[in-house]
Write a protein that binds this ligand. Structure first.
Ligand SMILES: Cc1cc2nc3c(=O)[nH]c(=O)nc-3n(C[C@H](O)[C@H](O)[C@H](O)COP(=O)(O)OP(=O)(O)OC[C@H]3O[C@@H](n4cnc5c(N)ncnc54)[C@H](O)[C@@H]3O)c2cc1C
Length: 378
C-alpha cells in the first residue's frame, strides 16, 4: 500500500475477531491503512486453530476440477499470498495428483481438460511409490505447501512491529459492536456462535470434525500425493521434516453437523483445539492407513505419531459443488464477516475487507446489511 492510500482508514477503530491467518492478515492490512486495530483471539495464542490444523496446501486450483471458480481463484491469488508472505511457502517436494481408477467423480480427460483450460501445468508421471493398477493416471504438478512455523513467525514479527493490539485469550462478545466503529468477524467455524449471540443472521454451514494424522512414511519423504476425486487419501509433507500429514476424505471425518450448537453439545467437541495429541481419545488412523494402502506401496508401514483435530466449516451445499469461496459480507450495520475459503485467499480477502470499509466510510447508506462480496478474479 502506498503512503497516499494510508489516509482513508486513519483513526477508524476496528475490532478484528479471530487470530487465524485470515484475521491476522486483515489486521495487518488495516493497520497499514491507518486504522486503529484490536485483534481478538480466544485461544492463548494466535494461529492455533484451523490455520494450523489443516493440510497446508497452497492451492493453485488442481484440487477443484468440479469447482472452476474455486480453482481459478486459487490459481490467481496464490502469487499475491507468496508476495505478502514470501518466506512461508515450501517447494521442497514432488507433488502428484492421481486419478483413482474406480469411484472418481473426475475422469482423466476431465482433469486434463480442466488443467488446460486454466493453464495449470502438469506432466504425466509414474512415481515408484504408487500402485498404478489402482489409478487411471498420475500427474506431477506445480503446487506448494505452506510452512506453518515460518508463516507464524513472520506474522508474529509483523504484528509486533505494527500498531495492532493483539488480545490473546480474550473471546470477543457482541459488545465490541458498540465499542468500535467496525467489527471484522474472522472466527471461521466459531463465527456463527458470535452471530447468534448478537442476534445477527446466521449463515448455513456444514461443519465436520476432521482428524489429520502426523505420520512417518519413508516412501513419501520429499513427495506428496492427492488421490482425486472421491473418498480417497492424501499424504502431504510437513515442510523441513521427514514427516507427512495423512488425510482421508471419508475416514478423517469423525462427525458431520449442520449446526454449531449441535457441535458444542457433542462430547466429541472435546477433541478440538488443545495440543496436537500423540494419544487422542479417539483416532481413525487405522482406517486412514488402510485407505492409503489402496494406492501407496508400503503404506502398511506408515508410523503414527499424533493427531490434530479441527472443525471444518464449508458452505452447506458444498458436497455437490465442491465450492470453497471466500466471501466478505455485511452482516450488521458495522459488522463485516470474512468467511474463509482456501488459505491462499487471505491476502485478497484482507484487501476486500479494506476496500469495503473504505467504501462504507465514503457512502454508508449504499451498503445494506447482507451485501456480500464473493472474492473472484477474472
Ligand atoms: C482438515 C482440514 C484441511 C484443510 N486443508 C487445507 C489446505 O490444505 N489448504 C487450504 O488452503 N485450506 C485448508 N483448509 C481450510 C483452512 O484451514 C481454513 O480455511 C483456514 O485455516 C481458516 O482460517 P481462519 O483464519 O479463517 O480460521 P482459524 O485459523 O480457525 O482462525 C479463527 C480464529 O478465531 C478465533 N475465534 C473465534 N471466535 C472468536 C471470538 N468470539 N473471539 C476471539 N477469537 C475468536 C478462534 O479461536 C480461531 O483461532 C483445511 C481445513 C481443514 C479443517
Amino acid at each position: 500500500m502506498s503512503s497516499a492510500e494510508v489516509v482513508p482508514l486513519a483513526g477508524v477503530r476496528i475490532a478484528v475477531v479471530g487470530g487465524g491467518v485470515f484475521g491476522c492478515t486483515a489486521a495487518l492490512d488495516l493497520d497499514l491503512a491507518g486504522a486503529i486495530v484490536d485483534l481478538y483471539e480466544a485461544a492463548p495464542t494466535i494461529l492455533d486453530r484451523a490455520s494450523r490444523r489443516n493440510l497446508m496446501r497452497l492451492h493453485r486450483g488442481y484440487h477443484y476440477p468440479r469447482s472452476v471458480n474455486t480453482a481459478r481463484l486459487a490459481r490467481d491469488v496464490a502469487p499475491g499470498f507468496e508476495r505478502f508472505y514470501p518466506t512461508a511457502t515450501s517447494y521442497d517436494h514432488d507433488h502428484y495428483y492421481a486419478i483413482a481408477a474406480e469411484g472418481s467423480r473426475t475422469s482423466v480427460d476431465d482433469f486434463v481438460q480442466f488443467c488446460d483450460d486454466l493453464g495449470l501445468p502438469y506432466e504425466p508421471a509414474t512415481p515408484d511409490f504408487l500402485r498404478h493398477e489402482a489409478l487411471d493416471a498420475t500427474f506431477l504438478v506445480d503446487e506448494a505447501y505452506i510452512d506453518y512455523e515460518r508463516l507464524k513467525g513472520v506474522i508474529e514479527r509483523r504484528l509486533a512491529r505494527s500498531n495492532v493490539a493483539v488480545k490473546t485469550g480474550v473471546r470477543a462478545t457482541p459488545l465490541v459492536m458498540d465499542t468500535y466503529d467496525y467489527v471484522v468477524l474472522a472466527g471461521y467455524a466459531a463465527t456463527n456462535s458470535f452471530l447468534s449471540s448478537a442476534s445477527l443472521p446466521v449463515p448455513r454451514r456444514r461443519l465436520d470434525i476432521c482428524e489429520v494424522c502426523v505420520v512417518r512414511c519413508p516412501p513419501l519423504v520429499g513427495r506428496s500425493v492427492v488421490v482425486l476425486d472421491g473418498p480417497f487419501v492424501s499424504l502431504v509433507p510437513l515442510p523441513r521434516t521427514d514427516l507427512s500429514l495423512l488425510y482421508h476424505v471419508d475416514k478423517s471425518v469423525h462427525r458431520r453437523y449442520d449446526d454449531l450448537a449441535a457441535v458444542e453439545k457433542d462430547r466429541l467437541a472435546r477433541l478440538l483445539g488443545g495440543t496436537i495429541r500423540a494419544e487422542p481419545e479417539s483416532t481413525n488412523f487405522e482406517a486412514m492407513r488402510r485407505g492409503a494402502e489402496e494406492f501407496v506401496i508400503g503404506a502398511q508401514h506408515i508410523e503414527y505419531l499424533a493427531s490434530a483435530f479441527e472443525l471444518r466449516s464449508v458452505l452447506a451445499d458444498s458436497f455437490d459443488t465442491d465450492a470453497r469461496p471466500t466471501e466478505v459480507t455485511w452482516v450488521g450495520p458495522n459488522v463485516l464477516m470474512l468467511f474463509s475459503g482456501k488459505i491462499s485467499t487471505c491476502v485478497a480477502g484482507a484487501t476486500c475487507v479494506r476496500e469495503m470499509l473504505i467504501q462504507d466510510l465514503r457512502a454508508p447508506s449504499t451498503m445494506a446489511p447482507l451485501h456480500s462480496q464473493r472474492i473472484a478474479t477474472h
